[in-house]
Design a protein around this ligand. Sequence first.
Ligand code: ADP
Length: 267
Amino acid sequence: MPAPNGGPAPAGAGQPNVVLFLRDLTSARRLETMRVDFVANASHELRTPLASLVGFIETLQGPARNDTSARERFLAIMLSQAQRMTRLIDDLLSLSRIELREHVVPTQVVDLGPIARQMVETQSALASERGVRIAFEAEAGRYPVLGERDELMRVVENLVENAVKYGGGTVRVGLARAQDDRRGAAQIELVVQDDGPGIAPEHIPRLTERFYRVDVASSRQQGGTGLGLAIVKHTLNRHRGRLTIESTVDAGTTVRVSLPAQEDGPP
Ligand code: ADP
């Protein structure tokens, strides 16, 4: 390409602008595709229980009008479908609320210790119904991080619930003050480990995508929406935290969350 003054063009002159423009276009297209996919997936996820509700209502108005036992069964299914839609809408709203504030770093110091302990207690009932034991391990002391209490509760709840639902056996939840990260900042690390069936490696990079599930039927059966880990990821982005998932098929899954540790204030 000739230079504007007619002299020889330096190697690569003009290239970066063109490349940048193409890149912008590509990323704009990618964002648009993601948005369209998201709307299509969300609509599909809502449409499925809705179609089932309509089907049962029509049956109850028609062929099963006078069948008392069918009515009871159908009403129970209809209730669970309506609850599924409620869960999905709640998760969609949580995700969009978190995304809106993703660039706003929380300013309050909270202690992750009581949050983790409380969520482990909350999940223990669900766990024992399924024959799963949850063990909580943390050295005494505080685990201060900058954070939004409710959002961090949701992160711990999601990870422990996943370990109970998809993992099983014994679920170990641990809190530790970790080594400094590469930038020299001290970290607080939450580890949730199960000895369940594990996750094949090809799924792991996609787990935090919205609606991505390893086994859709099993997630639905467990009441999952496919949005849990997406919510975790965006919450951690806001908290300047990091999520890592390691898994071995037939051995179990370990999920680690690291958050920058804060100076401890008065208890
Ligand atoms: P869901 O609402 O389906 O639970 P998540 O985003 O929380 O959605 O998780 C996505 C998928 O990751 C789950 O559907 C499940 O297939 C898989 N998964 C998550 N945690 C585990 C785990 N501890 N062991 C095995 N699979 C898991």
